[in-house]
Each structure stands twice: as structure tokens, then as C-alpha cells.
Design a protein around this ligand. Structure first.
Ligand code: ZN
Length: 378
């Protein structure tokens, strides 16, 4: 998940938002407005919307605090982390390496729910000190904000402790199984399976609720369940891939026979005689053997079809200096991370200032497929 709106840097970690988060922010502010209006119909709508927006903003601040706690434990354990992104269904601390010890995984997972729980208890404590009595409707706007935020943080702690990978509870469960079995691989498999079962449970219960009570809350539960099932499967695949690619360098996977095309030929010529004829998708644009850039179907699409005859390959290509390049010695996992970040399918591999080859996602997928056919995990 890439952050599309960058906010601030804290402790060397970049906090950002994904666009999907905006939908949820609006939903939360509206449901807060509804909630405050119901408990205090006498409050003016200006007041209700004002505190709804304030509460919504504070909610996301506490969500960042939760994610930041994961990030700080990861950092303290020597795992690099640069970014935290909030998206529709919560936060995501992008930890670039998986922990190598069960105890690290355990603390990294459990610190988030502990943080949310402590925040919730402290907020409710302040509300009580400020005159709120347990289970009554908070009488003032300030107390209403504190009580809602207090409850929601405790709820967040409980939800995150659901033992479904990749939720925090899933990480904690995986760490415990890992500690017992001493096998990172089988603990991942078991935790992912349990995550999928938990997700399925949510879906079935949500659908049951929907038909039983005609409650839309049921559909929401089913949706969360569907998300959990997908996420559990996806994180298992990702972990398996990162295990299989451990120790593999770019130089071992890259293709060296990237076909050059002359810089001056037209796009039409390129499409007819190179792209459609060879079935390859990536070409090096060269001038007298000197590489100038890369051209792929993505660059061709940028030019209107009518102009293909009058546009040279050089004019349409992506120049080398605008492409992130990698070295043959770089671990493939890092290169994949760069491809994901830059949203590209190929990276030029440069060694001592000259082009040594091209690494593409397809090469990496082929390697993974070959390894899984051989039944090898690493
Ligand atoms: Zn968390």
C-alpha cells in the first residue's frame, strides 16, 4: 500500500494516508455526528459537527500512535521501517524485513493493542475524573469526545487481538507457535490458516446476522471477514516468497539478453518489428551501443496511435536517468520493494556505469514458480 498523501516524519518514520482512507474518515465523521445528535438532541448542529470533526481527527492521531508503537519496537529490534500508511481498514506499518526471532515478532505484534488499550483506559479515566459516571451519557461535549475515544481505542485493541494473520493477534499467535515449534515456516502456515478460518467465521456470522436481524452491521462484519481471509492468504504468499528469495541477488535473476533498439526508429516500426514480433516487453534504447533508456508497452501507450509514425523511440522512451537502477549485488527482495514503490515492472541493472541487464517482475515470478515446482522453500 503506497501512501498518496504524506503528512509528517516522526522518529524517522514517514506517516502517510492512502486515498481509501478519506472515505472512512468521512463515514466516521458522519456517524459521529449522528451519535452526538442522538445522545444530545439539544446541542446545535454547529457544535455537533465541530466536535465530530475534532473527534475524528483525534481518532486518527491515536491510530497513528498504535502504528508508531509497532514501528518503534521494530526499530529497537533492528528492523528497518520507514513508512506508516493509514488506509480504509486501519493502519499499516511497512516493516521491510520480517523478524528473525519469535520474541521480536511477539513484542512487535502485541505492543499495538497494548498501546490502544492504555490510551483507551487513560481517556476513560480522565472522563471519570472530569465528572463522567460509568455507563451514563456524557453530559458535556468534552466528556462526550473523551468517552467515545476511550471506548473506540479499547475496541481497537480487542479487534486487533483477533488471532487472524495479518492482524496483530495473528502475529502474536504466530510468534507463540513459532516459539513452541521452532519453525518460522510452519508457524506462518498455521497462523495464516487460522486467519482464514477466523475470516470465514466473520463472513458466515455476518451473513447470518444480516438475514436474522436485517441489520446492515452484519454486512459490515462479512466485509471485514472477506478482507481478513484475503489478507491472511496474501501475507502467507508474501512471507513464502520472501523466504524463497532470501539470499538471491539481482545478478542471478536478471536477464542479460535485453534486446537493443536504435534510438531513431519510429514507434510504429518498433511496435511492428520488435514488440509484436518478439513477444518481449522491455527493450533498451541505444545509440551506437550506448544505452539511453528503456521502452515498454507502457511508454508506447502514452503516445496517441496517430503519432506513432512521426515519433521516435527516443522521444517516447523513459530516459535512464529517470529510472531507479539497481546493482547485480542487490538482494532481489530489495529490488522488488523498489519496483512496488515506483510502480514499474522492470528495473535496469547497472554495474560500473554500464548496463548489465534488466530485472523484471516476470523473471522473479518464474524463479518462484520453478522453486515451488521443485518443492524448495529456499
Ligand atoms: Zn496493530
Amino acid at each position: 500500500m503506497r501512501a498518496q498523501i504524506k503528512l509528517v516524519r516522526l522518529f524517522g518514520v514517514e506517516l502517510g494516508l492512502h486515498y481509501s482512507w478519506i472515505i472512512i474518515a468521512v463515514l466516521i465523521v458522519f456517524s459521529l455526528g449522528d451519535h452526538f445528535h442522538i445522545i444530545h438532541p439539544e446541542w446545535t448542529s454547529g457544535l455537533v459537527w465541530g466536535i465530530s470533526i475534532l473527534t475524528g481527527v483525534l481518532f486518527f492521531v491515536f491510530l497513528f500512535a498504535h502504528e508508531l508503537s509497532h514501528a518503534l519496537v521494530a526499530k529497537a529490534s533492528g528492523l528497518p521501517i520507514h513508512k506508516i500508511t493509514l488506509f480504509a481498514l486501519g493502519g499499516m506499518a511497512q516493516i521491510e524485513k520480517e523478524p528473525t526471532r519469535a520474541s521480536t515478532e511477539f513484542w512487535m505484534g502485541i505492543v499495538g493493542p497494548i498501546t490502544s488499550f492504555v490510551i483507551g483506559v487513560v481517556l476513560l479515566g480522565i472522563a471519570v475524573a472530569g465528572g463522567w459516571t460509568w455507563r451514563s451519557e456524557p453530559p458535556t461535549p468534552a466528556l462526550a469526545i473523551l468517552v467515545w475515544l476511550g471506548y473506540i481505542n479499547i475496541l481497537l485493541a480487542v479487534f486487533n487481538m483477533i488471532p487472524g494473520f495479518p492482524l496483530d493477534g495473528g502475529r502474536v499467535l504466530r510468534a507463540i507457535i513459532w516459539g513452541i515449534t521452532k519453525s518460522a515456516d510452519s508457524s506462518t502456515r498455521i497462523a495464516a490458516r487460522i486467519g482464514q478460518l477466523v475470516g470465514l467465521g466473520f463472513i458466515l456470522y455476518g451473513i447470518f446476522e444480516f438475514f436474522q436481524q436485517q441489520a446492515f452491521g452484519g454486512l459490515w462484519l462479512a466485509f471485514i471477514g472477506w478482507f481478513l481471509m484475503n489478507a491472511a492468504g496474501a501475507s502467507y504468499m508474501q512471507l513464502k516468497a520472501s523466504n524463497a528469495l532470501e539470499g538471491v541477488k539481482v545478478g542471478q535473476v536478471m536477464s542479460q539478453e535485453c534486446q537493443p533498439v536504435a534510438a531513431h526508429i519510429s514507434l510504429q516500426d518498433f511496435v511492428d518489428n520488435f514488440l509484436l514480433r518478439t513477444g518481449r516487453r522491455c527493450f533498451i534504447v541505444a545509440d551506437n551501443g550506448r544505452p539511453l533508456g528503456l521502452i515498454t508497452p507502457a511508454e508506447v501507450r502514452q503516445v496517441p496511435r496517430d503519432d506513432w509514425n512521426v515519433t521516435s523511440v527516443q522521444a517516447a522512451m523513459k530516459p535512464l536517468e529517470r529510472i531507479h537502477s539497481v546493482t547485480p549485488e542487490m538482494p532481489v527482495m530489495n529490488a522488488m520493494e523498489i519496483m512496488a514503490r515506483e510502480d514499474v515492472n522492470q528495473l535496469p541493472v547497472v554495474s560500473d556505469g554500464h548496463l548489465a541487464g534488466v530485472l523484471s517482475r516476470a523473471h522473479v515470478l518464474e524463479l518462484l514458480r520453478a522453486k515451488s515446482e521443485l518443492g524448495q522453500n529456499r
